[in-house]
Design a protein around this ligand. Structure first.
Ligand SMILES: Nc1ncnc2c1ncn2[C@@H]1O[C@H](COP(=O)(O)OP(=O)(O)O)[C@@H](O)[C@H]1O
Ligand SMILES: [Mg+2]
Length: 255
């Protein structure tokens, strides 16, 4: 089943910049990576998919036009982890994750035992149970990123949108986070659209890659077809070399 389908999407910030996506679709259990330089429109496209920006064209979520969803239905269906996040109030890590359950409650309702369990489970899935009682404003940017991913998981979305989920994360946490994302997409049949900066991460963790530049998708398809020396040089303007190792391909900058 298709979790998201985008047709003839167009959005502009006035005359300044516009983003276009003629056709993109993500099945359940599949990971689509938006790969492209700073300013290529990745965040804008993610915000269009989440209906934070009103784009023209059509977006359907689980076969239904996004405009027919209420805001509450949308926040159950779509988990969104934004690129940069300024913490506001000193909630505990656990409370931040529990907020992922808000769209399941009506305004006067307290979270149930089941909601608490989903939050605990989300912490453990992301491997941060030991952080549950820490204060959100006193943890590192990378730790916060993991907490927000746990919150999105507690939400039990059909579609997970992750904007640079590995930014601020150390070498190990970049890999463990991407492993977690891929495992969740497979196990819970979640469709994932994420933006990444490292072509090698994109090669390792994507089912599809959309290579973006100047608000346009220049190439899309399976990693092996989309990522090569020519396409990466075209998009980043940097000479690169593709090398093979243990049956996998890697991109190295020519420096
Ligand atoms: N609110 C805004 N108003 C005008 N231009 C914007 C706004 N937000 C982003 N842009 C511009 O849109 C372009 C794409 O931005 P963005 O989608 O954030 O790219 P990416 O996430 O790939 O780095 C950039 O040139 C940026 O300056
Ligand atoms: Mg961005």
């Amino acid at each position: 089943m298709e979790v998201v389908r985008i047709s003839r999407l167009e959005f502009s910030y006035g005359e300044l910049f516009s983003v276009r996506a003629d056709s993109l679709a993500v099945e359940e259990g599949e990971v689509l990576t938006l790969l492209g330089p700073n300013g290529s429109g990745k965040t804008t496209l993610l915000k269009c998919i989440n209906a934070l920006l009103k784009a023209s064209g059509a977006i359907s979520i689980c076969g239904r036009d996004i405009r027919s969803y209420t805001r509450n239905e949308l926040s159950r269906a779509i988990g969104y982890v934004p690129q940069a996040h300024a913490p506001s109030f000193p909630f505990t890590v656990f409370d931040v994750v529990l907020m992922g359950r808000v769209s399941y409650l009506n305004i006067f309702q307290q979270p149930s035992k089941a909601d608490y369990m989903k939050a605990e489970e989300a912490l453990s899935t992301v491997g941060i149970s030991s952080m549950r009682d820490r204060v959100y404003t006193n943890i590192s940017g990378g730790e916060r990123q993991l907490v927000l991913i746990a919150r999105a998981i507690a939400q039990e979305p059909r579609l997970l949108l992750l904007d640079e989920p590995t930014a601020h994360l150390d070498f190990r946490n970049q890999i463990t986070t991407l492993e977690t994302v891929k495992r969740l997409s497979r196990e819970r049949r979640i469709g994932v659209v994420m933006s990444l900066h490292d072509p090698n991460h994109a090669l390792l963790y994507s089912d599809q890659i959309a290579l973006m530049k100047g608000g346009k998708i220049l190439h899309k398809g399976p990693p092996g077809e989309v990522v090569n020396e020519e396409t990466i040089e075209e998009v980043y303007g940097l000479p690169v070399e593709m090398i093979g190792h243990s049956g996998r391909k890697f991109i190295l900058p020519k420096v």
